[in-house]
Design a protein around this ligand. Sequence first.
Ligand code: PRT
Ligand code: ZN
Length: 226
Amino acid sequence: VDKNSQRLTIAIQKSGRLSKESIALLQACGFKFSLHEARLLAHSSNQSVDLLRVRDDDIPGLVMDGVVDLGLVGENVLEEVRLERQATQLACKVQRLRALDFGQCRLSIAVPKEEAYGGIQDLDGKRIATTYPYLLQNYLQQRGVSANNAILTGSVEVAPRAGLADAICDLVSTGATLEANGLVEKEVIFRSQAQLIQRPEPLSAAKQAIVDQLLPRIDGVQMARE
Ligand code: PRT
Ligand code: ZN
């Protein structure tokens, strides 16, 4: 990515739960893209806009570092990366432009259904498997609970059965995954949806003009489907 380019660069998830809706939203706003599966970068044919397609975990940092101008990412990932970068003294500011009407989920603590659960204090000294160690620690610390994390990048829901942890902290939408793994949701620690974010430093006039045109279009598209 050329930082001095006058083209507005927008980072979106390459493939996953946010990809389709991210592209659909930008297309509904009038941007035309032809996407090639193998390519990281996609140029808009009718606007001075490029899409950068990456892992969702990379999007907040790219925006915070000003490598890209805008990003579409789940608030859960945004907040996790923000806490992590704050703790490690990396740039962690972004501008939140809009909450988007997709990607809704919650980050919750769940325990095996056969375990008695009287409240968060019951997790003191226990091990909790998660992909979100910073959000989890933040929640536990505020409640004076000290638990150990088992940090997994996937298959969190099988950790208790595999004997790796006493509880999990994972994303939930319908609850079917918890149910299928004999787990019961006990604490909602964070509610999330996709967000449109912008890098902290001001944009060039040319890029700002595109953003000024984009935002009312997003509002229009989202209002129409409410
Ligand atoms: O490869 P990359 O790193 O880009 O993708 P990823 O695998 O990290 O993320 P992905 O595509 O799974 O999710 C992207 C974003 O979608 C998340 O960060 C959330 O903001 C949002 N989102 C919304 C969800 C869910 N709903 C969701 N249900 N992300 C994950 N899940 C998973 C959850 O982890 C669990 O395994 O779905 C399962 C639970 O779903 P239910 O319906 O059974 O409760
Ligand atoms: Zn990811």
